[in-house]
Design a protein. Structure first.
Lengths: 230, 281
């Protein structure tokens, strides 16, 4: 029987016998896929934690406790504090320092406090958004990379076909199959990355809205207390 | 320079990187396993099959004449040992006792001698004839035996042929019986589905107000293999155009028709179905 008809088309066989550029593309895509899944899980845990901490802090803050006590607790656990707690601590410490300096107007004090809070907010947001650009890149580029591998593989398959007298489908079938694996891998890397990117961007947007609202509300509270005291 | 007291919170809780890496690897391993075991990557070519086309069933093996074993050689009768002919009796001619002076006596002796010789010759001839007869008899017996064997063989061959024919007839009868059973089953399925289709169409028919009696409409329905109605044509009108239209609409509305799975039964419906409809069953 014709040996080409009976070729073993197992997955590993196809990958091992692919041409070098296709193999490189596959390796690249495998790496991208692994990394993007890694980031997806890291972000999943980080965002879950951020959401939990934010919920907890908002409940505590609006429960009407003493702000000074809260500030002491937060600055005692600098490393494990949640995002909103950090913004609160940064704003409140700046506010205290500015208030101790004599001769500063209320506007200056509140502006300084807001700047401090905004700086922390930016830093936190940056931390939350880290690696998201990687997911976006994988999501948009890896299908093209896979497609490149496929086109290359099919090209090789058809070049091989040109040197035989009688062209049959069996001579190109393995080449096309191995080439298509590259596209499959590209899609496999891209789909979760895109889903993860969209999902996390949305989650981070909502978190950042909550933080901005908190910043505004907290500055209002500080302004009210200062004008009352003055 | 020492950092100022109000250093922002830069240290963060460490993200669970190892757990995330393990989970990412797990996802990939699961996917690879799914590919390896879930997708049949092997394409096995079916071995070529050689098919003999028979117009009728071949006789079963059991009644096949045993061509391989030659018939037992006819018991050849042992050739009878050729009996040695008895030696010719040597007739001693007694010497003339006396001087042949008496011619008469000599003549007499001579006659006697001749007679004796004749007798002996006769005897020998008889003996030879007897032996020849015996030989012939043995030969005849042998021939008889051979014929017997041949006859037996013929009888047996005839019996074999008869048995083969009987088996063939039996198998044909069985095939006929199976075919008739199948026809009956197909007919019952066809009837069942005809009833189902009628019921469905009837359920979708909106009878016009001016309908009188139980008029019959005959339609030719072209069906797709999926049971979908391709076209409807009224082949015999009921005389009431409104009713005809209502039936055609009902048939179109009843698409797809329920169709039997069975191929033969399905052939009664696809591609054309002659459909008779009455407003009441």
């Amino acid at each position: 029987m014709n040996p080409e008809l009976n070729q073993d088309l197992s997955l590993f066989h196809l990958i091992i016998h692919a041409s070098l550029p296709v193999q490189l593309v596959m390796l690249l895509l495998l790496g991208a896929s692994l990394l993007s899944w890694w980031f997806i899980f890291i972000k999943l845990f980080t965002l879950k934690r951020a959401l939990r901490e934010t919920d907890r802090f908002e409940r505590e803050f609006w429960a009407g406790g003493d702000i000074n006590v809260m500030y002491k607790r937060v600055s005692g656990q600098r490393e494990t504090a949640g995002e909103m707690e950090r913004i609160f601590a940064a704003g409140f410490s700046e506010f205290m320092k500015l208030r101790q300096q004599a001769g500063l107007s209320l506007n200056v004090i509140i502006d300084g406090t807001r700047r401090a809070m905004r700086a922390t907010y930016q830093r936190e947001l940056d931390n939350l958004e880290s690696h998201l650009s990687f997911l976006a890149t994988v999501g948009s580029v890896s299908p093209y990379v896979g497609l490149f591998g496929t086109v290359w593989g099919i090209m090789i398959a058809f070049l091989g076909l040109s040197s035989v007298a009688q062209a049959t489908l069996a001579q190109v079938a393995p080449g096309i199959a191995e080439a298509l694996i590259a596209t499959a891998m590209g899609l496999f890397a891209a789909i979760p990355a895109v889903v993860g990117y969209n999902r996390y961007t949305h989650d981070i947007d909502r978190l950042s809205n909550r933080m901005e609202s908190f910043m505004e509300e907290f500055s209002n509270i500080l302004q009210r207390q200062t004008s009352k005291a003055a | 320079m020492n950092p100022p007291a109000d250093t922002p919170f830069l240290a963060r809780p460490a993200a669970p990187r190892l757990a995330a890496a393990a989970m990412a690897l797990g996802v990939h391993a699961a996917f690879v396993l799914l590919l390896v075991f879930g997708v049949s990557w092997q394409t096995r070519e079916a071995a070529p099959v050689m098919v003999d086309v028979w117009t009728s069933l071949p006789p079963s093996v059991a009644v096949k004449p045993p061509a391989s074993t030659p018939p037992p050689p006819a018991p050849r009768p042992k050739p009878e040992p050729v009996r040695p002919l008895p030696p010719e009796p040597v007739v001693k001619t007694p010497p003339p006792p006396k001087a042949p002076d008496i011619a008469l006596e000599q003549k007499k002796i001579e006659a006697e001698r001749l007679k004796k010789q004749q007798v002996a010759e006769e005897k020998a001839r008889a003996e030879a004839a007897k032996s020849a007869q015996q030989k012939q008899l043995a030969e005849q017996k042998k021939r008889e035996q051979q014929r017997q064997v041949e006859e037996d063989e013929q009888v047996r061959r005839m019996a074999d042929a008869e048995a083969a024919q009987a088996a063939q007839q039996a198998s044909q009868a069985e095939a006929r019986a199976a075919a008739s059973r199948r026809e009956a089953a197909v007919a019952s399925v066809v009837g069942q589905f005809r009833d189902q289709i009628s019921a469905k169409v009837r359920g979708n028919t909106r009878l016009p107000d001016n309908l009188v009696g139980n008029p019959e409409v005959r339609c030719l329905v072209r069906l797709l293999p999926t049971g979908e109605v391709q076209s409807v044509r009224v082949t015999r009108s009921s005389g009431n155009a409104a009713y005809d239209d209502a039936v055609v609409r009902a048939i179109e509305k009843s698409s797809p028709f329920p169709l039997p799975e069975d191929r033969d039964a399905r052939a009664q419906f696809v591609p054309e179905l002659s459909f008779v409809h009455r407003p009441k069953p």
